[in-house]
Design a protein around this ligand. Sequence first.
Ligand code: ADP
Ligand code: MG
Length: 484
Amino acid sequence: MSYEIAGETGTWELVIGLEVHAQVVSEAKLFSGARATYGGEPNSQVSLVDAAFPGMLPVINMRCVAQAVRTGLGLEAQVNLVSRFDRKNYFYADLPAGYQISQFAHPIVGAGKIEIELGDGSRREIGVTRLHLEQDAGKSLHDQNPTRSYIDLNRAGVALMEIVSEPDMRSPEEAGAYLRKLRTILRYLGTCDGNMEEGSLRADVNVSVRRAGEAFRTRCEIKNVNSIRYVMQAVEAEARRQVSIWEGGGTVDQETRLFDPQRGQTRPLRTKEDAHDYRYFPDPDLLPLVLEEDWVEALKADLPELPDAKRVRFVSEYGISHYDAGVLVADQATADFYEMVAGGRDGRLAANWVLGDFFAALNRTGRTIADSPVTAAALGGLLDLVADGTINGRIAKDVFEAMVDTGEGAAAVVEARGLRQVVDTGLIDAALEAVLATHADKLTEYRGGKEKLFGFFVGQVIKGMGGKGNPALVNDALRRRLAQ
Ligand code: ADP
Ligand code: MG
């Protein structure tokens, strides 16, 4: 599926590469023992190392290293047994050391890949260039006081993974799909919570445009985009801006820009800095990071089942479509919920219920799986009542709605409301005769050859029984009666 921007002088292809900053799930920061959790009182989670007091020494937190390695393994990437930390020098008020400890020439993780799926069902592989570990900076607060700025160092020193993609994406949709898939993988691994509103996952979006078949042209980088929707909008807006520059006879300058969601535009922040501007050099306070192969292997053996593998398993184990499996595995809680409903039952029916009525009920009530009024066990119980013939499929919908409203189990709802399926053929026959008497005209039409009225009669009989008639028995009885 090719995506192009139609300009005045022809069409343009998009080239997109993402640099994603993912905050590592860890109790403590990358080089200090201070807490790394979100939302504490300003400056309540700051050690002397984070505040860059003279003479303090960073000590690597191996928990963060393990998380980075696990992420690399989850991206099927090369794990480098020897990597190194560098100082990236720059001045900023929320960076008290005057440098950020990062990895430049020797990252902990090398090339990997992520498979994305697009709306038309097609799949593409996007290359991951590298993943490295670095510290986050503090936060400047400009909105607390009219004349002063404040600095909160809680975030200073928190471990980030920077995950850099190859310039492999060609449309806003691909960029969105990449980020969504990456977030899913990180959440499965438990290495980043993926919470974009809190800033634990943010993307720098690199965009350029070119004529089909051409070499890459100059790119611009849009900094710190904090939602998937904004990433897609920013790509589109920036690509259009560049197209109009090229078509107007100008040249695109490499620069760093910001996306303004209100205006739907990007605007310049600064001209692009190069690596030499940062004067990177190996941090003399830290030894090279050397990993044991056995340790990496142990982490690998311990990885959870990841979404791609789970999807393949769902298709073969439960007989559901690739598409449905993809929706179910996109979120771990949904996948777990589905497996609890489907286990030992009809997998397709379970998928229909989870993706249909169940999701609709969550949307309507504003709940999530975690606080859903209907548990997986309760939904499974409802399916069991359909399977053993206690209720029919139509009544099951009503029972489910009652379960959502009351939080009661399926059996309790069925008993309390007398919704058991009617299998008494005497009652079915009586309802049937009543329907044929009321619709004598239709009966004549049916006898005259309008056979599709059969379904209408079935529906009327079941309706006449308050929806509780057993559809198979009603069908049998009608067939026998109409054959007379
Ligand atoms: P830097 O380290 O200066 O930011 P990199 O070469 O590491 O530059 O690339 C950063 C990001 O920009 C990567 O995600 C890469 O895929 C992307 N990128 C590189 N060249 C282009 C281009 N011409 N158009 C779009 N994205 C690009
Ligand atoms: Mg960069």
